[in-house]
Write a protein that binds this ligand. Structure first.
Ligand SMILES: *[C@@H]1O[C@H](CO)[C@@H](O)[C@H](O)[C@H]1NC(C)=O
Ligand SMILES: *[C@@H]1O[C@H](CO)[C@@H](O)[C@H](O)[C@H]1NC(C)=O
Length: 509
């Protein structure tokens, strides 16, 4: 009997291992400043739906070649870094990474830094210090893009050197290294075999293939290419074509994370009577959404609100395996649970390392459409169907009473860095200078005793220790509380929902 049993158990383990896929969740942390259903503080992250959380973005200082905060108010005064690390309290396996760069940082500063061994060394040392000081598990490089935009041809080779040298410092310390990379012009920018060797994951940005800037209505992130574009320069603009290109160029499939956009793009059709993919457009985008504020771009959270306003015609493109929608002359290309399910299946079929999303704050976080985080849940469900049985124990049991103070290394560094980077602060909203003081905590309904005392969703201060606060999340059969601690010297202000100076908050009992 035992001889029969053993191989069965063994093969189950193998199956499980093979499909232990990652879900790499980027967070555009500036969504903290958005209002209403667009508001997405770090603590709202569904830690049971991500294996990696990536804090976007820190910057690269063009003159010093060092990693710097781009929003010291959010990163330090509002405890952004600290709250990101604290996400591990509700999922002990979660890896929390810091992204450096992003589209708006341009390419030139990375190009200059990577061009010389000495400046690469300066960057690597500063990245290591930054990551270790704040407690991150690793770094994500977001150079958009080597040898493109304002970069130079040698970037391809220099980026590979940078990644190798970073690996040699980070790997022995157990620190993770990933990079967001382009879906197109792969051979121009990337020494793929080297990147595949030294990066833990290559995050494929498989979106923005098309948008309002085109003259015709095509998809933002189609799974397959369309025959309509065969023979044109955008013939290979699809998830399938890009993934195959990366693999053919020498990437190990297990290192690739298939990027899925949690947003859509709009275009204005030339005629309301031609609404099919490929229809002529005016090269204009539809109005900006209330949360993301960008013409031609809607987060999925904005899309579901549009759909609730009615009058949209929803369609499915059988050739490219993605949905689209239109209303009058407004044309929308986006992803939904169905297209995401197919992309996850595609990733599984090719044995990819997993999925990446840009970005969690535009999922339907508040469940306007029905359930909360429907797109992240679609990813998890599609991954689960290929697993024997995933343990779906969410954060519930492990977090209800985790009041462990968040380390002191983050607090000391916050003092250090907030002064050096204050000039770079890009956002000055919600300054804690309005002075109305609170009623006493004992009579303040926004203060509760501990994380087990949650009865409604939202942020609450502690009635016991003013420096502690909680996020109470609704779950099926009640509420789950997550605990956080303000950085040293600050206390939780229930009026503004932030950590504030003690003089501005009434904490007396
Ligand atoms: C997917 O891409 C591969 C490689 O480019 C190609 O051979 C194949 O036909 C594509 N599949 C579809 C359905 O387009
Ligand atoms: C898998 O999980 C489901 C839901 O928790 C459970 O009902 C089912 O019995 C499990 N299957 C196995 C094989 O453990």
């Amino acid at each position: 009997m035992k001889k029969i049993y053993f191989p069965i158990v063994f093969s189950l383990i193998l199956i499980f291992d093979k499909t232990a896929a990652v879900v790499i969740c980027y967070h555009g942390t500036w969504s903290h400043y958005r209002s209403g259903n667009g508001n997405f503080p770090i603590s709202l992250t569904p830690t049971d739906l991500c294996t990696h959380y990536i804090y976007a973005f820190a910057g690269l200082d063009a003159s010093t070649n060092q990693v710097v905060s781009l929003d010291s108010w959010l990163d330090f005064n509002l405890n952004g870094f600290q709250n990101a690390i604290a996400l591990k309290q509700s999922n002990k396996d979660l890896k929390v990474l810091l992204a450096v760069g992003g589209y708006s940082q341009g390419s030139a500063r990375f190009s200059n830094m990577a061009a010389h061994q000495s400046t690469r060394a300066t960057f690597i040392q500063s990245a290591l210090t930054f990551v270790q000081t704040h407690g991150f598990d690793g770094l994500d490089l977001d150079w958009e893009y080597p040898a493109r935009r304002d970069g130079q041809a040698q970037d391809k080779e220099n980026f590979a050197l940078l990644v190798k040298e970073l690996y040699e410092v980070f790997n022995p310390l157990g620190l993770i290294l990933t990079s967001a990379v382009s879906a197109v012009h792969v051979d121009v920018s990337y020494d793929v075999p080297t990147l595949s060797q030294y990066l833990d994951y290559i995050n494929l940005m498989l979106y923005d293939f098309h948008g309002f800037w085109d003259t015709h209505a095509y998809h933002n992130a189609p799974l397959y290419s369309t025959s309509k574009l065969a023979g044109t320069s955008s013939a290979g603009f699809s998830v399938n074509a890009s993934v195959h290109q990366w693999i053919e160029a020498g990437a190990s499939p297990s290192k690739l994370a298939l990027g899925i956009p949690l947003y859509g793009r709009t275009a204005i059709l030339s005629s309301a009577s031609n609404t099919s993919p490929g229809a002529p457009t005016t090269s204009q985008g539809a109005h900006a959404g209330p949360y993301t504020g960008t013409v031609g771009f809607w987060g999925y959270n904005e899309i579901v609100e549009q759909f609730q306003n009615g009058d949209w015609t929803l369609e499915w493109d059988d050739e490219q395996e993605v949905p689209y929608a239109y209303k009058g002359t407004t044309w929308l290309t986006y992803d939904n649970g169905r297209s995401i399910g197919q992309k996850v299946e595609f990733a599984n079929d090719l044995g990819l390392g997993g999925i990446m999303v840009w970005s969690i704050e535009t999922d339907d976080a508040y469940g306007v459409s029905d359930i909360r985080f429907p797109l992240l849940k679609a990813i998890q469900n599609a991954l689960d169907t290929s697993r024997p049985n995933s343990s779906t124990t969410s954060s519930v049991s492990s977090t209800t009473s985790s009041t462990a103070p968040v380390t002191s290394e983050t607090t000391s560094s916050s003092q250090k860095t907030s002064t050096t980077t204050a000039a770079e602060t890009t956002t000055t909203t919600t300054t804690p200078t309005s002075t109305t003081t609170q009623g006493k905590p004992s009579s303040d309904s926004r203060r509760i005793k501990d994380a087990n005392s949650c009865v409604t969703e939202g942020f609450f201060g502690s009635s016991v220790d003013c420096s502690i606060y909680f996020y109470c999340q609704s779950v099926d059969n009640g509420h789950v509380g997550y605990s956080f601690m303000c950085s040293q010297g600050l206390v939780y202000d229930t009026t503004f929902g932030i950590c504030n100076y003690p003089a501005l908050v009434d904490c007396s009992n």
